[in-house]
Design a binder for this molecule. Structure first.
Ligand code: C5P
Length: 423
């Protein structure tokens, strides 16, 4: 029996309402880009700026990007219908799904730590309401300051207090600073804060789980300059890594040679050959709860890798290469005691060219895995879109055609449901 999941998942920021608060800092320009990213993802943004923030980026810019007047003070005239009660510090967060404070200056962090409320940003943060779950509306704090200010014990003490009070402190980048010094304290890039916001607003379906993923092709050397590889782009595996991370998992991604960026918060280990991938998998599988093998592992390697470049010898005869079979990494892990006992949930992929259901069912048996994901290889290699057929003991579930990022979310939901059933 085959069931169909027809709907692709909405983006975690779709139809959300985000309050973007700025305190003073050169990194204010990054808040403009962050605002744009959040709106592009389908959310609405209400910008709130401290007086110091307006010294670095104008409210006009933030109003233009957010499409709403910026809240600049707790002292409104009352002529604004939205704040007719004269309390923007209360009204602003009542419909919010999250508050992002970026940049968060050392001074603003100190105010938050002390619960001070002498200007609009700190006042509004203090007035955040409890949401339906009994928690305050999430507050994400993106610090931005000079390296000496960052490492000062007072700042670190204040940040620890802010985190203990329930905010998510996002950490900082390292590098050249506006002041000309180099070190920790740069605000994260807009895309990094955006990703952390996506995670904060995603269902934590895999919280506390450790997920190990293989992705991309392997490269089997013939000699120091040539080798055998395949057309796997790694995009599906990287998308699953991001989806699992957003779902709260601790993710390790074993990546063959691909040039894709590492999803934020994911530990990436680069490998080259199938032998490397097997060694890395065996090193990490004992700590994992879920193993997802998307890598297109070369079936064979060259038995004797030539120490120097093979040359034409003028005879017209190509070199006689001998091949050896590579280990089946997925089958090896699936046969391990932890996988057999159900402590490690294994997921395999099958790139087929026809008869997806029959081939996926057969491969599921052959590999000895609870879940096998089928896709039509030639239709998906290197592309951003895919279609997936999930085959497990419950039957087959067909996911709709769509971006790999969306299918990865549906696959993670499926795996979370199955592993929860086992727990
Ligand atoms: O046998 P086939 O290559 O079609 O199996 C595909 C599945 O097995 C994928 O999940 C792939 O990552 C995994 N695999 C593996 N090691 C191999 C070959 C395939 O882990 N040597």
């Amino acid at each position: 029996m085959t069931s169909n999941t027809t709907a692709l998942p909405p983006h975690p920021l779709h139809q959300r309402h985000i309050v973007l608060a700025l305190s003073g800092g050169v990194a204010g320009y990054k808040a403009a880009e962050l605002c744009r990213l959040i709106i592009k993802a389908g959310a609405t943004v209400q910008v709130v700026m401290s007086e110091a923030a307006t010294r670095f980026i104008t409210p006009t810019t933030m109003q233009a990007l957010s499409g709403r007047p910026v809240v600049l003070s707790q002292w409104v005239s009352g002529s604004d219908a939205a704040d007719a009660n004269g309390m923007p510090h209360i009204n602003t967060t009542r419909a919010a799904d999250a508050v992002v404070l970026a940049p968060a200056s050392a001074d603003m962090i100190a105010k938050l730590a002390q619960g001070r409320a002498d200007e609009i940003v700190s006042l509004m943060c203090l007035a955040r309401p409890l949401n339906a779950g009994g928690h305050s509306v999430p507050l994400l704090v993106a610090p931005a300051m000079n390296r000496e200010m960052w490492q000062h014990p007072a700042t670190q003490r204040n940040l620890a207090q802010v985190a203990a009070d329930g905010a998510t402190v996002l950490g900082v980048g390292n590098g050249e600073q506006a002041c000309g010094e180099t070190g920790d304290g740069r605000m994260l890039e807009a895309a990094e804060i955006f990703e952390d916001l996506c995670m904060a607003l995603s269902a934590p379906l895999l919280a506390g789980k450790r997920v190990l993923i293989t992705a991309g092709p392997t490269y089997e050397p013939i000699d120091p300059v040539r080798g055998i590889t395949n057309r796997s782009s790694g995009k599906m595996g990287f998308a699953i890594a991001q989806a699992a991370r957003r779902a709260g998992a601790q993710v390790t991604l074993l990546a063959g040679p691909v040039a894709l960026p590492t999803p934020r918060g994911v530990q990436r280990i680069n490998v080259t050959t199938a032998a490397d991938l097997l060694a890395a998998t065996q090193a990490h599988a004992p700590q994992a709860d879920i193993f997802i093998a998307t890598a297109a592992v070369a079936d064979w390697r060259v038995a004797q890798v030539a120490p120097h470049k093979l040359k034409k010898d003028g005879s017209g005869q190509p070199p006689a290469l001998q091949f050896a079979e590579n280990p089946d990494i997925l089958a090896t892990v699936a046969a391990s005691p932890r996988a057999q006992s159900g402590d490690l949930y294994c997921v395999g992929f099958a790139a087929e060219s026809q008869d997806l259901l029959a081939n996926a069912q057969a491969k599921r048996q052959r590999k000895g895995v609870p879940l096998l994901v089928g896709n039509i290889g030639p239709d998906t290699f290197g592309r951003d879109d895919n279609t997936l057929l999930l085959v497990d003991a419950h039957g087959a579930t067909s996911l709709p055609p769509g971006p790999k990022a969306d299918l990865a979310v549906l696959l993670v939901e499926h795996i979370a449901a199955r592993t929860l059933q086992r727990a």
